[in-house]
Design a protein. Structure first.
Length: 381
């Protein structure tokens, strides 16, 4: 009963003190009651009065306040006293809400790449074994050790659904959706093997729908994505869509204009198709389309297109600054640019920072190989 009287009297004194805007207690009394003079080193020493208030800790209330029932939460630099007296402020360093940055060098972790491959199945592709060796080249690529983990989706032109439009309908959804290799290989091979000869491919629709799907996949997965066309299409084909180089190249360029960018690769079957799609390769930043005459050329081009150019930001580096260097096959320091818009056709050794990744500029990505290795060095402010 006596202790209850003391507690009630103490609260009355505190209430009077608050009303007058001043303290009626000596500093040593404040400390005993967990008041404003509480020691910072312990997060406020309290016997259950009004909580602790350290110099770098939190502020207690009349019944323990924000300190909580068992002592308090670590802050950026100190703790907050509670009813039970609070935890040691040194334990609060780097606690909830406190940002951290760990300096040092780490091997870069590459994000997966998503390839959307559209294979021409018009009647001319079944001449000279073009469709057969293209399908075989895809199959050979899918079994490469370097392709493991690559995401792959496929469609044909015209699409297996038979429906297509110049705006991209029929190509903005794949026949076989993205899946990781090598486990996804059987579904891809089965779909390509079942495709029969058809007519009337529409290249404007292929590019519109293909880049739309690749861009959507990249944005949803935070992965890099590329569109790969394997075709013998040329501008002599009969179709209702626009076939001019300016329009076709413009679609590929638009896919490059915002992050995450989409590279457009062209594997042509003859000089006529290469020349007709030259603007697509150059605007898509992958250069002059290659002419494939066998499965090895298709496999090798898919391997080049599968280079992974988005590198995960290291953990615990919030607020840090990064430096990027290639460590294999040869050492080379890369230069950071302000963003994708600062990248040029000559940015083979440049990168920029995205919210979730360090990203090689398109020119650097095209020059990169699937086995290239990188190192990220972090310095903290």
């Amino acid at each position: 009963m006596g202790s209850a009287v003391v507690q009630t009297s103490t609260l009355g004194v505190l209430a009077l003190s608050a009303a007058l805007g001043c303290s009626l207690l000596a500093p040593s009394d404040d400390e005993l009651l967990g008041g404003p003079g509480g020691a910072a080193a312990a997060g406020g020493v309290s016997a259950g009065g009004s909580g602790g208030n350290g110099a770098a800790g939190g502020t207690g209330g009349a019944t323990g306040g924000t300190g909580g029932a068992t002592g308090g939460t670590g802050g950026a630099t100190g703790g907050m006293g509670g009813v039970d007296g609070g935890a040691d402020a040194s334990a609060g360093a780097g606690g909830s809400g406190g940002a951290s940055c760990t300096p040092g060098a780490t091997a870069a972790v590459k994000k997966p790449v998503g390839l959307y491959v559209i294979l021409d199945r018009t009647s001319s592709m079944f001449q000279a074994g073009r469709y057969a060796f293209s399908s075989q080249g895809i199959a050979d690529f899918m079994q490469l050790p370097a392709a493991a983990g690559t995401q792959l989706a496929t469609q044909t032109t015209p699409p297996l659904s038979g429906q297509q439009s110049c705006a991209g309908a029929g190509y903005s959804s794949p026949a076989v959706a993205m899946g990781a290799l090598p486990g996804h290989a059987s579904a891809i091979s089965a779909a390509l093997a079942s495709a029969a000869q058809a007519i009337n491919a529409q290249m404007e629709g292929v590019l519109n729908g293909g880049t739309q799907y690749a861009k959507a996949h990249a944005a949803a997965s935070s992965e890099q994505a590329s569109l790969v066309l394997i075709t013998d299409w040329n501008a002599q084909s009969t179709e209702p869509c626009d076939k001019t180089p300016q329009v076709l190249g413009g679609i590929a360029a638009a896919a490059m204009s915002t992050d995450p960018y989409v590279l457009t690769w062209v594997i042509a079957m003859d000089p006529n198709s290469r020349n007709a799609l030259l603007s697509v390769g150059t605007s898509g930043q992958t250069g002059t389309p290659i002419i494939a005459t066998g499965s090895a050329a298709v496999r090798d081009r898919l391997t080049l297109a599968s280079a992974r150019c988005r590198l995960e930001r290291p953990a615990d580096t919030t607020g840090g600054q990064y430096q990027l260097a290639r460590t294999a096959p040869n050492g080379k320091a890369f230069t950071q640019l302000a963003g994708l818009s600062a990248c040029t056709n000559n940015s083979e050794e440049h990168w920029y920072l995205a919210p979730d990744a360090l990203v090689l500029c398109p020119a650097a990505c095209v020059e990169s190989g699937p086995t290239d290795a990188y190192q990220i060095t972090t310095t903290c402010n």
